[in-house]
Design a protein around this ligand. Sequence first.
Ligand SMILES: *[C@@H]1O[C@H](CO)[C@@H](O)[C@H](O)[C@H]1NC(C)=O
Ligand SMILES: *[C@@H]1O[C@H](CO)[C@@H](O)[C@H](O)[C@H]1NC(C)=O
Ligand SMILES: *[C@@H]1O[C@H](CO)[C@@H](O)[C@H](O)[C@H]1NC(C)=O
Ligand SMILES: *[C@@H]1O[C@H](CO)[C@@H](O)[C@H](O)[C@H]1NC(C)=O
Length: 415
Amino acid sequence: MKAILICCLLILVASHESDYQNLLYGILQGSELITPITPLNCKTLISRFQKPYLFDRPWKKVISDTSVLSETCGFNAAYETLQGFMQFPQIFEKFLIKLDDSIENDRLFPESNLQKYGISVGMIMKPFLALVIPTVLDFEFSNKFMSLKSGKHPIAIFHGLGDSCYYSGNIEFTEYIRKNVGTYTKCVEIGDGSNSSWLEPFQSQAIQACERIKEETEYSNGLSIIGLSQGGLIARYIAEACGVPVHVIVTIGTPHMGVATMPYCLNGFYCDVINDVTSKDAYGLFSQSNIGPPGYFNDPNNYESYLENSSFLADLNNEKFINTTFIEKMQSLNHLVLIKFTEDSAISPIESAWFGYFEGGNVVPFNQTKSYLKNTLGLQQLYSENKLHFIEIEGEHLNFNEEEFTELILPYLLD
Ligand SMILES: *[C@@H]1O[C@H](CO)[C@@H](O)[C@H](O)[C@H]1NC(C)=O
Ligand SMILES: *[C@@H]1O[C@H](CO)[C@@H](O)[C@H](O)[C@H]1NC(C)=O
Ligand SMILES: *[C@@H]1O[C@H](CO)[C@@H](O)[C@H](O)[C@H]1NC(C)=O
Ligand SMILES: *[C@@H]1O[C@H](CO)[C@@H](O)[C@H](O)[C@H]1NC(C)=O
């Protein structure tokens, strides 16, 4: 009740159109749909009186106005993302509950400046946007945990689908790793980031990643790699096929055995095409040679077709034929750390993050898959030598915090 009251009051207070406009700017900025926005980017005024209230909760109206603002200002990707977000009523509802909760606990009201307030709201939205388009890493760096140990190997970080090394989540995360591991650390970009992760075939993303690693003299004696989401497949490609020694791999929400449903693309003008062709024909030549995610599509109902048509994952997993180099390289890892999120809605099945997958219609754990039983990647040795680590984090895709990382994962990077 209090939440609704404060919320309505706030919107009333914003009776000046420009105040209201600033609130909407703040939301776009805080959710990273637009990088720093100033009124100069967009002179159109959105008035809160422009459209009648159609929603049961005022915040639904505010978010819809934010989307109108991005549309009228030509921020098309932001517009499409917000529209898409609103089309997932359950996720949208969860966001509103979280927002009510923050308002209830007065965590949001230190400022009279409405743009700052909007930024707080946008930051609360960020992890929820990540559910419908897995672009956003919900990670905040504080200086709380400074480790005394330091690592031995330089670190490369590869981000996930639709993400970029320049988004603040990745900047903070990279900074956290640099400080806590204490060695050379870089978020390594493939192509232009977000666009490339969708629009380049996965095989060519992996080849580029290998080239980027070889260009860095800091990595020439070997490195450890952290891969977020699909970045974890890149990490494995580098270990198996790039010819650079890799010591530790940490994968965070990575579909090692593939995905049974295509990730849904929301952010960008090209998404219509992507969603259309991948839903109809993920193994088709067009999809496999023009779009990233089909490279790790693994149709649980048609293994033969996967073997024949997968342009990336079936090779990486040694499922077409055995490349013994891949096995040797995997077995030479000091640690392979696999993080799974209990409520991951970006990866289906979730178990893929731990090398589990569909087998005869059911999802089975890693040690009951064909690949493991045939030992196509040498995981049996890693397992028996205690080098294969299964870590579970509660919550959604890539939704982890500093404490969890420090406690559960950092020790492997320091070893
Ligand atoms: C992504 O592609 C679109 C269309 O070509 C372009 O407008 C946009 O600037 C690109 N984004 C980046 C980060 O290059
Ligand atoms: C196995 O993989 C390595 C590394 O990519 C490659 O150089 C080699 O040619 C492959 N071997 C076979 C038999 O394909
Ligand atoms: C995939 O492989 C199957 C054989 O298993 C083949 O018949 C089919 O034409 C290929 N292409 C697609 C798009 O499935
Ligand atoms: C599979 O791995 C789990 C977890 O390590 C273990 O408890 C179980 O006994 C293993 N099952 C088989 C068949 O090896």
